[in-house]
Design a binder for this molecule. Structure first.
Ligand code: THU
Length: 143
């Protein structure tokens, strides 16, 4: 597994916390922020964005990915995610939903890192741990 130093992990979590302040989540009241580290060192932030008709809403992680991909980025090293009730500091780990894991699978290697915090401790897992035996691009277009 590729390592990311403690200070970079902390900086990414900090950036995710900043992005979380922009969350638009009037329906769930659950605010999430994400900070995506690209292969070239650039960081893209994202927040969740909800919608009155519910299904068009987007998670923080995918907001960050779609911003980055739309900007031409294709290589990704890690994403930091933090979430919890809006207006409060997070007290539990916010693990990416299944849809976001699948989007990560589209663009990332199995050793892509997902960095989470419950406000006290940090937990880092690989994409392969979060989404084992995944269906992905190689199933359709080869390696
Ligand atoms: N949400 C995220 O943005 N990321 C996650 O990892 C989990 C859930 C959002 C979706 C929705 O706006 C709110 O949190 C409640 O599910």
């Amino acid at each position: 597994m590729k390592e990311i130093g403690a200070s970079l992990r902390a900086a990414l979590l900090e950036r995710a916390g900043e992005a979380r302040k922009s969350a638009y989540c009037p329906y769930s009241g659950f605010a999430v922020g994400a900070a995506l580290l690209c292969g070239d060192g650039t960081v893209y932030a994202g927040c969740n964005i909800e919608c009155a008709s519910l299904s068009p809403g987007n998670c923080a992680e995918r907001t960050a990915f779609f911003r980055a991909v739309a900007d031409g980025q294709r290589k990704f090293a890690a994403i930091a995610v933090t979430g919890g009730p809006q207006g409060q500091e997070p007290t539990s780990f916010c693990a990416p939903c299944g849809v976001c894991r699948q989007v990560m699978r589209e663009f990332c290697a199995p050793d892509f890192l997902v960095i989470m915090t419950d406000g006290q401790e940090e937990k880092t897992m690989t994409l392969e741990e979060l989404l084992p035996m995944a269906f992905g691009p190689d199933n359709l277009i080869g390696e």
